[in-house]
Design a protein around this ligand. Structure first.
Ligand code: FAD
Length: 382
């Protein structure tokens, strides 16, 4: 068994860590207070190559492995959890576009994403369809031979206020997944209106509801086959879930490092608090669970890179890592005592931010359905 990162992966990790600490970390709290997406962040991330990780070089990207994308998410998660949404969105969306689009579409759409000029988002959820995504109802009504009119509402869309373009799932056919097609939609065009959520966390990124009122799309905007949109988009989630896991674990690892430092330095009853097992054992447990979840995430990404089945591993990563990260960050906040409870410290913001990804991209229950299906067979977990 060969186990561990190679030299190139270690060098990439060190480079991203240094850069994220210098460029991203200073804005983590001020961006949260401003509660508005800072466009410069997309340019900064693009300059570092982080918005084009999964885009082939010929379209301006890095053509990086899934493991490299995971390393980037983990290190960015340590410095600025919210900046990691740009990695998730661009990696997931470009993966969908690369797999399903024809040459002309790839040439037109991918370079702008890699350059950070086009901030993309993905629109699946609707007011009446969340977990049961295949029940989505945004209507794509035929308009002549080669076009459709989109009417309806998408909701809870990450970067919904700021994004330029979206992968939009819409119903072109009958009920169920087979009646759904995916379109690449210009969000600055006519018929689109947006309204922002006032969220607990990830305030620098934001979520929004998007209304479609007679928005015209053509066959040139269709991603893949008509009626094939649901499957092609859902396949992308198979590995982006492990990247989400690592983003959350990055925030947990950073909190753990800070709590460990505090346990060494803070004195109570004449001794550093780290000498009390009531303090050190919870930290030891956190470190153990984080190590376990990290292995699951990287195994899912390694399997993806090596063309092996990885749905169950990615689902394990998605259900376990965000929940674990929330628990670990909470424990770290308690270890920091009254200092951790102040908004001056980053740990409380991390807790608010990470909770969002216990829900976003599917709750733990959906992941457990995928895992159960893998264990027991489809008849037991349809
Ligand atoms: C931070 C954040 C970012 C998001 N970003 C995006 C985005 O960019 N694009 C997008 O399209 N959507 C996005 N979403 C929406 C997200 O994908 C949905 O919230 C999620 O799929 C759950 O849907 P719901 O909220 O409607 O919950 P519901 O489907 O109403 O479920 C409510 C509860 O019931 C449980 N439940 C439902 N069905 C079952 C079942 N069969 N078995 C067991 N339990 C079940 C769920 O797990 C959940 O706990 C985001 C959400 C958040 C919080």
């Amino acid at each position: 068994m060969h186990y561990g990162f190679d030299e190139e992966e270690e060098a990439f990790r060190a480079e991203v860590a240094r850069w994220a600490e210098k460029v991203l970390a200073p804005h983590y709290q001020s961006d949260d207070k401003a509660a508005e997406f800072r466009r410069q962040q997309a340019s900064d991330m693009a300059q570092m190559g982080l918005t084009g990780l999964r885009i082939p070089e010929e379209y301006g990207g890095q053509e990086a492995t899934a493991v490299i994308a995971g390393i980037a998410a983990e290190e960015v998660g340590r410095a600025d959890f919210n900046a990691g949404y740009l990695i998730i969105n661009t990696a997931l969306i470009s993966d969908i576009l690369v797999r399903n689009c024809h040459e002309e579409q790839k040439r037109a759409w991918l370079p702008g994403i890699a350059a950070g000029e086009i901030v993309p988002c993905i629109m699946i959820t609707e007011p009446g369809a969340g977990t049961d995504a295949a029940a989505l109802g945004l209507k794509a009504t035929p308009h002549g031979d080669d076009a459709w009119m989109l009417n309806g509402e998408k909701t809870s869309i990450t970067l919904g206020m700021a994004a330029d373009r979206a992968v939009v799932l819409a119903r072109t056919g009958g009920p169920g997944a087979r009646g759904v097609s995916a379109f690449w939609v210009d969000l600055n065009g006519p018929g689109i209106s947006r309204s922002a959520f006032d969220d607990l966390g990830a305030r620098a990124i934001g979520r929004a509801s998007i209304h479609f009122d007679q928005v015209r799309v053509t066959r040139a905007d269709l991603i893949g086959e008509e009626g094939g949109g649901f499957v092609s988009v859902m396949q992308g989630f198979d590995y982006s879930r492990a990247i989400i896991g690592l983003l959350c674990l990055g925030a947990a690892e950073q909190s753990l490092d800070e709590a460990i430092r505090w346990a060494r330095d803070r004195v109570a009853f004449g001794k550093p608090i780290g000498t009390f097992q009531g303090v050190s054992f919870p930290l030891a447990e956190c470190a153990t669970y984080v190590a376990g979840a990290r292995h699951v995430c990287y195994e899912a990404l390694w399997r993806k890179d090596n063309d092996r089945e990885h749905s169950a591993e990615a689902a394990m990563a998605k259900f376990w890592a965000p929940k674990l990260a929330v628990d670990v960050i909470h424990q770290c906040l308690l270890t920091l005592g009254h200092v951790g409870y102040s908004t001056e410290h980053k740990v409380g913001q991390r807790l608010r931010d990470v909770i969002g990804l216990e829900i976003g991209d599917g709750t733990a229950q959906v992941s457990k359905l995928v895992i159960s299906r893998n264990l027991l067979g489809r008849a037991f977990a349809p």
